[in-house]
Design a protein around this ligand. Structure first.
Ligand code: FAD
Length: 565
């Protein structure tokens, strides 16, 4: 059409949709190529995002069953669990990334480096925004038969002022900026013109958020300061450098087993990483951070001079997810994530057209119903009439323990029920019947906002959808677009999605903690090697594995790479 620079071959002169935009008709790169031509009639599968969920799905799909187009502003997959190591030069940035075109080519798909901005559900059109060669924004529609929303999440500002004075850690660019800032501060601290007070401020590193990302970054930073930087910057004294973790809850790593949180805190105490618990950041100024902390039951405002602040306090919805949720109105009531059914179909969208996976989504899984059914089953197995059964506190605990493994997202809330039960137990008969338990569990459901926002979950959901889509294609002879009503095929061909929690792990500075749902483990060097080998095994390709092995060897022989790139 001349007015779009995305892929002229792919655009038809047709315009349409509510905004009368050009429509990217069929993306066929090479008409002479038989496999490409074949795809023309296949159902158009559009996948948004190149993160854990989308890539897991792409790796499962049988090539040729669908006409696949991936849309994302990021043209690589990022292995996020090891991103904190890249901020301090332990690993190189390229060792954590895999070019997306290499992954997409396996399914003979297409990739558009662009951003999805809206969805017209009734017309099955995705509005896409791309920047052309002159830097101008171009909008067009991409038609789909099936759309997968895997756009992840953004940083949660929690309404705090001054976040422009913070660094973030979500992308390779973020990691690069952190490395630059840390090294810049070290260099300025060494100048003869820098006063002692200013030097201490520049070398005060604050991490806001005591979850796995914040804790791992603090650990990596501490390692780098101790093992490499102080050697390279002999003017800087160890006691001039400080690392502080500000955590709003009572413990860091609060989604892990408490023994592991305590182990991590002790380790940090030994390494002189200050952990400030029950503290809430109020404002981040260019040179200091203001926070409130509970002291003797009172909230006291304090301030900490700082030269660097990492903001790592949880996730929020992307603009696209917010727009979709708004469009779907009453079907989408969760403010934190797009709600799907247990087949990962987006609630409110035409059945079987749109799916949501990974951090941007949450499965409406009615834990209260699941758990009460489970409890009834337990009672039935014991030969008791479920309607007459009363569970004692100890019985409740043992059942709660077994469900914790299946529903790890409910763990924190189950602890609340434990506490409620204890309180309840003081004044009542010492038992709860199913009606009462169900009532408590409904409270949990209402409080439960999302499944854990982890690579583990996104990966499982992507794999699940890939397998299901293969089954759908296999179930229909001569599988063609427009001839298939996808509506309720999901249930006919495949089971509902079930999350299997495989455990959580975190690096805490020459030591690591593992929480495998009851089977916990923490320790020094051996644990670190175990931590590394788990991630090494999960890494996406032989290429990234070789690069990781080379980085670790290089670091052991020559220390970290301390140049800002
Ligand atoms: P993402 O991986 O975030 O990918 C989202 C994709 O969508 C990106 O490619 C993005 O460019 C694209 N996108 C965004 N907006 C649009 C749009 N409008 N249109 C098209 N594309 C769009 N999890 C663990 O399980 N273990 C860990 O140890 C761990 N460590 C972590 C460490 C760090 C530093 C971070 C940041 C996260 C960590 N996580 C970990 C969490 C994990 O990375 C996320 O849960 C996971 O990335 C979610 O996958 P996803 O596919 O939903 O989204």
């Amino acid at each position: 059409t001349g007015d779009i620079a995305v892929n002229e071959k792919a655009l038809s002169p047709r315009r349409g949709g509510p905004k009368n935009l050009p429509i990217a008709e069929v993306l066929v790169d090479d008409e002479d190529c038989e496999p490409m031509r074949e795809q023309k009639d296949k159902p158009k599968l559009v996948i948004l995002g190149t993160g854990w969920g989308s890539v897991a799905m792409l790796k499962e799909l049988v090539p040729g069953d669908y006409h696949v187009t991936v849309v994302s502003p990021t043209n690589y997959f990022l292995f996020t669990p090891m991103l904190p190591s890249a901020t301090v030069g332990t690993l190189e940035f390229r060792s954590l990334t895999e070019p997306i075109r290499r992954i997409v080519s396996r399914v003979r798909g297409h990739f558009l480096k662009a951003e999805a901005v809206d969805v017209e559900f009734s017309e099955k059109l995705l509005e896409v925004k791309a920047v052309d060669a002159s830097g101008k924004e171009q909008h067009f529609y991409l038609p789909y038969d099936k759309l997968i929303v895997g756009v992840g999440s953004t940083t949660n500002p929690h309404g705090v002022k001054g976040l422009e004075n913070c660094n973030f850690l979500k992308s390779i660019e973020d990691a690069r900026l952190i490395k630059q800032k840390v090294l810049h501060n070290m260099e300025i601290a060494c100048l003869p013109t820098t006063s002692d007070e200013e030097r201490r401020r520049l070398l005060s590193f604050v991490i806001s958020g005591g979850g796995p990302t914040g804790v791992e970054f603090a650990a990596e930073l501490y390692d780098m300061l101790n093992e490499d930087l102080l050697k390279s910057f002999p003017r800087i004294l160890r006691n001039e450098v400080s690392v502080h973790v500000i955590q709003s809850r009572g413990h860091i790593l609060n989604t892990y087993d408490e023994a592991l949180s305590v182990y991590a805190e002790k380790r940090f105490e030994h390494d002189q990483v200050e952990v400030l618990t029950n503290a809430r950041v109020k404002e981040v100024k260019p040179d200091r951070i203001l926070f409130s902390q509970m002291e003797d039951g009172k909230s006291v405002t304090k301030e900490l001079p700082m030269g660097f602040c990492l903001w790592s306090t949880g996730v929020a919805q992307t603009e696209l997810s917010q727009k979709i949720a708004k469009k779907l109105g009453d079907f989408q009531t969760n403010r934190h994530a797009l709600e799907t059914d247990t087949h990962l179909r987006l609630l409110g969208a035409p059945l079987g057209d749109v799916y949501a996976i990974g951090d941007c989504s949450t499965v409406q899984n009615n834990i209260a119903d699941h758990l009460t059914t489970f409890l009834r089953g337990v009672a039935f197995e014991k030969g008791k009439d479920p309607d007459k059964v009363h569970l004692t506190f100890e019985e409740w605990r043992s059942v709660a323990h077994s469900v914790r493994r299946r529903f790890p997202q409910a763990a924190a809330h189950l602890k609340r029920v434990d506490r409620l039960f204890e309180e309840y137990d003081k004044d009542k008969s010492g038992t709860l019947d199913f009606g009462e338990i169900h009532e408590l569990l409904v409270q949990i459901d209402n409080k439960l906002t999302s499944l854990p926002a982890t690579a583990q979950r996104a990966n499982q959901q992507g794999q699940y959808l890939g397998r299901k889509f293969n089954k759908i294609a296999a179930a229909i002879p001569g599988f063609r677009a427009n001839e298939v009503d996808f509506g309720d095929l999901d249930e006919a061909v495949y089971k509902a999605f079930e999350y299997h929690h495989l455990g959580s792990l975190a690096y805490i500075g020459n030591a690591a903690v593992f929480d495998f749902g009851g089977l916990n483990f923490s320790g020094g060097l051996m644990a670190v090697y175990l931590w590394r080998s788990i991630y090494f095994a999960q890494s996406v390709s032989i290429r990234t594995r070789i690069l990781l092995a080379m980085d670790w060897t290089k670091r052991a022989l020559f220390g970290r790479d301390l140049m800002s790139e």
